[in-house]
Design a protein around this ligand. Structure first.
Ligand code: NAP
Ligand code: GCO
Length: 261
């Protein structure tokens, strides 16, 4: 039920972090892996890291905000790996800037990568999925698909939008046996969140670190590997009647009112 043997998966932004861990999990479940990112040196390093795990992953340089480059990427993946059965829209960025100090250009850049790009890549793979008789699209959402906080207005707007893009793809293409679901990671230790965990100049722990541990019933940060099982579930036949759902993998954050004083 959870086997992905014979399937081709494309994971965007999988040179490290959550994308790499998800691609590794899909590969271990049997899928052939194509992935993309912008930095070629880190793509090459990731290909080596996959190889060390016995996985022959195909890495491509592609900025997912560039529609022409994405069209070319999908054609290459179809030729060199296979028609995409599973798309994971994982590539994402964040800019932590108070809203009244944020430029329109910065706001738009976050929206472009975190919301417009998943639209571009999904749009590029859906026709072949329809032809093939089905497919799986997993959009990487966030706590900020549900919650706000200081400094992340663009990111929250994008991830909230991605939640609704997910539901709309499910609504529009469910009849073609395409399931589009979201994975909503909690606070996960990756380069993206390193600035929230790094020690202060005086060597003391970052206050955000303790804040997140206190906000999380599991009392820890998540790891990229915490997303592995949920990603395989949403990529596999086990979730064939799950559509338009956001699966939060957050150690309980969204269930919790917070520690009493
Ligand atoms: P990360 O460590 O910063 O990794 C991001 C990946 O995306 C890298 O491979 C990066 O490589 C790639 N990327 C960025 N912009 C791209 C673009 N325009 N085109 C192609 N690839 C691009 O991030 P992460 O923490 O693993 O997060 C992965 C996803 O999960 C993001 O969507 C993020 O918003 C979401 N998320 C993260 C957390 C968390 O706590 N870490 C929680 C919830 C959701 P290049 O820079 O070389 O392109
Ligand atoms: C932040 C964080 C978050 C996480 C994640 C939470 O500054 O609050 O970067 O937004 O990355 O998306 O689920």
């Amino acid at each position: 039920m959870f086997s992905l043997t014979g399937k081709t998966a494309l994971v965007t932004g999988a040179s490290y972090g959550i994308g790499f861990a998800i691609a590794l999990a899909l590969a271990k479940a049997g899928a052939k892996i194509a992935f993309c990112a912008r930095r070629e040196d880190l793509i090459e390093k990731a290909v080596e890291d996959f190889r060390a795990e016995g996985i022959d992953a195909h890495g491509y340089v592609c900025d997912v905000t560039d529609e022409a480059a994405v069209t070319e990427l999908i054609a290459r993946v179809e030729r060199e790996v296979g028609v995409v059965d599973i798309l994971v829209n994982n590539a994402g960025i964040i800019k932590r800037i108070p809203m009244t100090e944020m430029s329109v250009a910065d706001f738009e850049q976050v929206i472009d990568v975190d919301l417009v790009a998943p639209f571009i890549v999904a749009k590029a793979v859906i026709p072949a999925m329809i032809k093939k008789g089905g497919g799986k699209i997993i959009n990487i959402c966030s706590m900020m698909s549900e919650l706000g906080r200081e400094t992340v207005s663009a990111y929250a707007a994008a991830k909230g939008g991605l939640k609704m893009l997910t539901r709309n793809i499910a609504s529009e293409y469910g009849k073609y046996n395409i399931q589009c679901n979201g994975l909503g990671p909690g606070y996960i230790a990756t380069p993206q969140t390193a600035p929230l965990r790094d020690r202060q100049p005086d060597g003391s722990p970052h206050p955000f670190d303790a804040f997140i541990v206190a906000k999380t019933p599991a009392e820890r940060w998540g790891t990229p590997e915490d997303l592995a099982g949920p990603a395989v579930f949403l990529a596999s036949a086990a979730s064939d009647f799950v559509n338009g759902h956001i699966l939060y993998v957050d150690g309980g954050i969204l269930a919790y009112i917070g520690k009493q004083p």
